[in-house]
Ligand binder design. Structure first.
Ligand code: NAD
Length: 379
């Protein structure tokens, strides 16, 4: 397979001082991956000393056999790779599975320069990233996200972690990768529902930061749904740029800027928890209904008009995403929102739209406002 011409790879820089890195968004061209990886490693503290790698993937992705991560390909840049395959699914994002990977690194006699390479969706990225952040107090990490959701969201930004049996994402760290390699062609293998979940996050970027991007999504919806590689590369690269910009200004969620990424997630998390994880609403679907509900709340505050929400509903529905909370239990959603980590002084804080491309973090809605909104929307 020939190397991809530069024209078919978009490079998105993530500016974080001495932890800066590039996100490569390519259409195919896996044979270029080892050279990109080698160059990225040489720019970091892991440098030329990296001789071993642990490639972590799940059972579904292993069956797809992506070519650039074979042992031979990494051997060509002097890296001896070992593969670990864990069961596909959220249950693998656990301390138990992480422990099996730590043991694997010990068995490989991994030193502090050993590389961790998660290949797969957000579950692999979060799990592999957590292993990289904690083994020997931090190993270099090279992310290879293969779902739309992980390409536009979880692989960029440095948040890694695992779940406890009753609490999601509660044990983790900030650990930035040395680089991220995305082949948008992997989305060709994705089940429709997984593609839709990624599109919910893509729509979110338009609403929170980039009105022209939202318009572009409206205009290109058919080509995106047909998974046209050039359109996928464009939306993945733009989403990564927007996220990279936020992360570079507020890497550790200290100034409140990174909170804009939570639009749709406050009510969305409540919906996900109420419907049961892995149940009726997958994460992206819960974010879609959460964005609609939060937009309706902004309407009640007089921040946006009904036409704004209708436009959002039309695009989400065009992408096959749910937009209604009908039938859910409003009290249960409210209770779970009360545990949101953005809350302060007992008040629920939400990110709400002011206009297309601009959102603000606010605690303006009272508990009564929220209750009455959810009671109306869940009818
Ligand atoms: P996932 O990793 O479970 O992948 C979804 C499914 O798609 C899995 O069955 C997987 O095996 C399969 N798959 C992966 N690549 C495929 C491909 N190319 N073709 C066909 N099937 C493929 O889930 P996800 O939706 O990618 O990510 C969700 C996870 O990401 C959650 O655990 C969530 O908490 C986490 N997340 C993390 C962040 C962050 O900032 N760290 C942000 C958002 C989400």
């Amino acid at each position: 397979m020939p190397s991809p011409p530069e024209a078919s790879t978009t490079t998105v820089p993530v500016a974080l001082g001495d932890r800066s890195y590039d996100v490569f968004v390519a259409e195919g061209g896996w044979d270029a991956l080892p050279a990109r990886l080698d160059a990225a490693l040489r720019r970091t503290w892991a440098g030329k000393s990296c001789r071993k790698a642990l490639i972590i993937t799940d059972s579904n992705v292993a069956a797809l056999a992506y070519p650039g991560l074979t042992r031979d390909a990494l051997a060509a840049i002097g890296i001896d790779a070992t593969a670990a395959v864990v069961p596909a699914g959220e249950a693998s994002k656990s301390l138990d599975v992480a422990a099996t990977l730590f043991e694997k690194l010990v068995a490989m006699a991994a030193d502090r320069h050993a590389l961790v390479v998660p290949v797969g969706g957000g579950v692999m990225g979060d799990l592999g990233g957590f292993v990289a952040a904690t083994f020997a107090r931090g190993l270099p990490l090279f992310m290879v996200p293969t779902t739309l959701l992980s390409q536009v969201d979880s692989a960029v930004g440095g948040k890694v972690g695992v779940n406890l049996p009753k609490v999601k994402n509660i044990v983790g760290a900030f650990h930035q990768p040395v680089a991220v390699w995305i082949d948008v062609a992997t989305n060709g293998d994705l089940p429709d529902r997984e593609l839709r979940c990624g599109l919910a996050e893509v729509v979110k970027y338009g609403v929170i930061l980039d009105a022209p991007f939202f318009e572009e999504l409206e205009a290109d919806a058919d080509a995106i749904l047909a998974r046209r590689p050039d359109r996928l590369r464009r939306i993945v690269a733009r989403s990564c740029e927007l996220k990279a910009d936020v992360v570079s200004k507020d890497e550790r969620e200290q100034t409140g800027l990174r909170a804009v990424l939570n639009f749709g997630h406050t009510i969305g998390h409540g919906v996900e928890a109420t419907a049961g994880y892995g149940g009726a609403f997958q994460h992206g679907e819960a974010v879609a209904v959460g964005m609609v509900a939060e937009s309706r709340l902004a309407e009640r505050l007089g921040w946006v008009d009904a036409a704004f929400t209708e436009r959002l509903v039309r695009l989400l529905a065009r992408f096959g995403l749910p937009t209604s909370l009908s039938g859910l239990d409003p009290a249960a959603i409210l209770e779970s929102m009360g545990r949101d980590k953005k809350n302060k002084g007992g008040r629920v804080r939400l990110v709400l739209p002011r206009r297309m491309g601009h959102v603000e973090l606010t605690d303006a809605p009272s508990a009564d406002d929220l209750r009455s909104l959810l009671e109306d929307l869940c009818r």
